[in-house]
Design a protein around this ligand. Structure first.
Ligand code: ADP
Length: 466
């Protein structure tokens, strides 16, 4: 990753450096050459027009006119007659050049009546040349050739090129250092996140990513940590649930094994004892079946699959649950009473709510005394639907009240022993109520017995789920 980042930065950097080094120098050079060409062509036309007053180009007359024009600050000025013979040479060496033929290509072109201008930057100097015919009424009477060799301005271009190179080298070093540092920091953070993900993936749910940055990487770290929190919680719940459940299943299974072993190993066991043991086995099997059924319900409630929810009229659900429990109440000699208000509609899953009401009312009958009563009240209050399930039983010792919603908790095995139960009913109640955004509390009534209070937020629209 770091290598990829580094190479990417480097490629961008190189492209920028090339652009910075080549473009300005090329532009500056072009401007200088253009300026040179045009100044040389101006001077050439000045000389040519000054000489055009002569009938023919003679050395003395040309010399006089050139002296009148003064110092032109050029490396060399040549004037030739129409045959190309040199009649003036600013280098001033008559022995060398005067009377000889100038064989510059530019001059030959100029003698044919054309203008020639060009400049080039080569070997640390700007060489510029201009050639122009000298024209009078009778046509071309000769030509002017100017040559300039300028190292000062070429040095300027060279200076600019060198300065740009130095700046580039400094910028390049800085950028490389910064990019290496940034790349290292970035890849270190990504590595930390990856290590965290690997740890969590390997089942180490206490792994957390230590990245407090506020950028996207920091946010990824925070989200992964949140996920790990949830996984850790779920894992805790799952482990506790599995160990509780296996413990609960172990006891009746051990009893069944013990009872069957006793029957199998004792040939002389009388029919009445065998019958009693088989009844016990049946009871244990029934208990097992109840526990597994409740466990299934718990898993259903705990699972995240979206269930169908809609407006549920609590009065209807309470009435149905009470109807189903009537026979159970009569068997226990417990009277069922209810006072149910209209308009308690909540947004929920109807089966879940039935489960809550059924469990609470069933407990109220189960832990009641013969001749006792169960009162179920339903009314709206402060935007909530409130459900009270009161009984006239023994209640729960205050110090144990806080545990009755725990999984597999039964207040007093010796006291509740004769009542069938799994210790899962109230934990199912709490899970369902909380899943629907409600609350459930339990308290002992001053007049004896228990009161369970359930609150659900009322639904906004009151159309009932079918
Ligand atoms: P169980 O299957 O044992 O009824 P629950 O989770 O429904 O399991 O209840 C947990 C324990 O709380 C019960 O074993 C019982 O001791 C106590 N309990 C629940 N409801 C009542 C009640 N209405 N009156 C007295 N004790 C109760």
């Amino acid at each position: 990753m770091q290598l990829k980042f580094g190479l990417c930065y480097l490629a961008i950097l190189l492209a920028c450096l090339i652009a910075i080094n080549i473009l300005p120098v090329a532009r500056c050079r072009d401007m200088l050459l253009k300026a040179k060409s045009s100044s040389l062509s101006n001077q050439a036309s000045l000389i040519a027009s000054s000489l055009s007053s002569l009938n023919e180009l003679q050395e003395e007359e040309v010399q006089q006119i050139m002296e009148l024009l003064g110092d032109l600050q050029l490396s060399r000025v040549l004037v030739t007659d129409e045959a190309g013979r040199i009649v003036y040479d600013s280098t001033g060496d008559p022995v060398d050049s005067m009377g000889k033929y100038a064989l510059f290509a530019e001059l030959l072109v100029a003698l044919e009546g054309n203008n020639v201008f060009y400049a080039e930057l080569k070997d640390g100097a700007i060489s510029s040349r201009a050639a122009m015919p000298v024209l009078n009424r009778s046509g071309a009477i000769g030509a002017v050739y100017l040559f300039e060799y300028d190292t000062a301005q070429a040095a300027l271009v060279e200076d600019l090129r060198r300065s740009l190179l130095q700046i580039s080298a400094i910028a390049c070093t800085g950028a490389v250092l910064i990019s290496v540092l940034l790349g290292y920091l970035m890849s270190r953070r990504i590595r930390r996140i990856l290590d965290g993900i690997h740890g969590i993936g390997a089942g180490r749910y206490d792994t957390r990513i230590q990245d407090h940055g506020r950028d996207e990487l920091g946010q990824i770290g925070t989200e992964i940590n949140r996920l790990a929190d949830r996984l850790e919680q779920n894992e805790g719940v799952r482990t506790r649930f599995v160990s509780d459940a296996s413990h609960e299943l172990k006891t009746p299974l051990a009893a069944i094994t013990l009872l069957t072993d006793s029957i199998v190993q004792n040939d002389s066991m009388d029919r009445a004892t065998i019958r009693e043991f088989v009844c016990d086995i049946g009871q244990e099997a029934a208990r097992l079946s109840r526990v597994t059924q409740k466990l299934q319900e718990l898993t259903r409630i705990g699972s995240k699959t979206r269930e169908r929810t809609g407006a549920v009229d609590l009065k209807r659900v309470v009435t149905e649950a009470m109807k189903m429990l009537r026979a159970f109440g009569e068997g226990k000699h417990v009277e069922l009473q209810s006072s149910l208000s209209e308009g308690c509609v909540i947004n929920a899953n109807s089966d879940d709510i039935h489960e809550v009401i059924f469990n609470l009312a069933e407990n109220a009958i189960k832990y009641n005394r013969p001749g006792g009563k169960v009162m179920v009240l339903l009314f709206p209050r402060d935007g909530n639907a409130e459900l009270l399930v009161d009984d006239t039983g023994e209640g729960v010792p205050p110090e144990k009240l806080e545990h009755i919603f725990d999984r597999f908790y039964r207040v007093d095995e010796s006291r509740t022993g004769e009542q069938s139960g799994s210790g899962l009913g109230l934990s199912i109640v709490r899970d369902v109520v909380e899943k629907h955004g409600g609350t459930v509390t339990a308290q002992n009534r001053p007049e004896g017995g228990m009161r369970f209070r359930v609150c659900f937020p009322l639904a906004e629209e009151k159309e009932e789920q079918s």
